[in-house]
Design a protein around this ligand. Structure first.
Ligand SMILES: NC(=O)c1ccc[n+]([C@@H]2O[C@H](COP(=O)([O-])OP(=O)(O)OC[C@H]3O[C@@H](n4cnc5c(N)ncnc54)[C@H](OP(=O)(O)O)[C@@H]3O)[C@@H](O)[C@H]2O)c1
Length: 345
């Protein structure tokens, strides 16, 4: 196919695990994108919190950016594209068509990602985010703003990385009304519960999870169910048109679960998992997060380690389940890339 001259410029806010993996994947797929979608894509700005910022409206050298961060831990002062812009200034002033929001999750506010996204929409720019904060805290308002500005708002990666959840409902389950959702969406708690059942101590399990990179330095937001509550809020806001925030999700963590309880469940043919649920009660969408016993014969009992699952129940299709098996950072990068294709296709 011949390229038709369309060009999309990307501003990337956040260049950590997800940002770097996306940049590497984009670099790898540029030619395929050019051939299949007849357009070129270039990154014109990259912001970090403390490692510098790069801007060039004609396109940054992504390989150089990745190498500098890899080798020095920050962008080089002598990089000709080095800039002192903040992430918000990039959203407000840089030359781009698509803002990609990959800054860390602020679980109790969704900021500053909400401000970044709003600034992009005010300038009629498309937004892709892997940061669930804005979807959990301010989804309806942001979606309305995107619609009124005639731009796209994509957030597939916020729940289960690149595994289709939101896009599955939007693209494939057309005219189906979602009546309930149920999921295992927090890998840290899933891993802790499994390992405690084997007789290991909480400290041993946390130390291994940190070493393997999927347990945060402070795991309390996972253990107390806050991360799962944010994902539940995001699911309910998008799939069930709720206007709910993580603090309104009825929440119980796994901190009170003992090895004795896990062993007892095991000997009764059950496992304990942290379940996220959403349903309609008295005409309103409500959500909950909490540990529940599940029969070992059920699909949810087989979701181990860092895998996750969501079952979406609709009026026309009944329950449909999607499982993500042992995700790596490539599946996060792919989620962002698949949203990029939604914008440019
Ligand atoms: N990693 C995954 O597998 C995954 C999966 C799904 C969704 N997500 C979501 O994707 C987002 C990024 O995750 P990550 O794993 O890449 O996190 P990360 O490794 O901690 O990287 C975060 C990046 O954002 C930068 N940053 C921090 N504050 C910023 C600000 N105010 N403006 C601009 N940049 C800022 C950081 O810079 P400094 O290093 O200088 O602080 C860093 O470059 C999070 O919202 C996360 O929940 C991640």
């Amino acid at each position: 196919m011949k390229e038709d001259g369309r060009e999309f410029k990307i501003a990337l806010l956040g260049f950590g695990n997800a940002g770097k993996a996306f940049a590497a994947l984009l670099w790898d797929k540029l030619e395929e994108i050019r051939k299949n979608y007849r357009c070129s894509v270039l990154v014109t700005a990259i912001a970090t919190g403390s490692r510098g910022c790069l801007i060039n409206e004609n396109g940054l050298d992504l390989t150089r950016a990745l190498n500098e961060i890899q080798e020095r831990g920050h962008f080089a002062a002598e990089n000709p594209d080095a800039s002192t812009f903040t992430s918000l200034e990039i959203a407000e002033k840089a030359v781009y068509d698509i803002l990609i929001e990959l800054t860390p999750l602020a679980i109790f506010s969704g900021q500053p990602a909400i401000d970044h996204i709003e600034a992009a929409f005010h300038r009629k720019k498309h937004v892709i985010t892997a940061n669930k904060g804005p979807i959990a805290w301010d989804f309806k308002r942001l979606r309305r703003l995107a619609e009124s500005q005639g731009v796209k708002f994509c957030y597939e990666t916020t729940v289960m990385d690149g595994t289709p959840v939101f896009n599955l409902v939007e693209d494939t389950l057309k005219l189906c009304r979602v009546t309930a959702v149920k999921g295992i969406l927090n890998s840290t708690t899933n891993f802790i519960l499994e390992e405690l059942t084997k007789g290991r101590t909480y400290d041993e399990v946390i130390a291994e999870g940190k070493e393997r990179g999927f347990v945060e330095a402070d795991p309390s937001l996972d253990v107390e169910g806050w991360d799962a509550a944010a994902k539940t809020a995001a699911l309910l806001n998008v799939l069930m048109d709720a206007d709910i925030t993580p603090d309104l999700i009825q929440r119980k963590g796994i901190e009170g679960i003992t090895t004795k309880q896990l062993r007892e469940a095991d000997s009764n043919g059950k496992v304990i998992k942290l379940l996220c649920r959403g349903m309609i009660q008295n005409g309103a969408v409500v959500g909950s997060v909490g540990p529940e016993e599940i029969d070992k014969k059920e699909l949810f009992a087989s979701i181990s380690g860092t895998s996750s699952v969501v079952t979406i129940t609709t009026d026309l299709m009944g329950p449909v389940s999607v499982v993500e098996h042992d995700p790596e950072i490539l599946q996060t990068a792919y989620g962002v890339l698949s949203d990029l294709i939604r914008v440019i296709a």
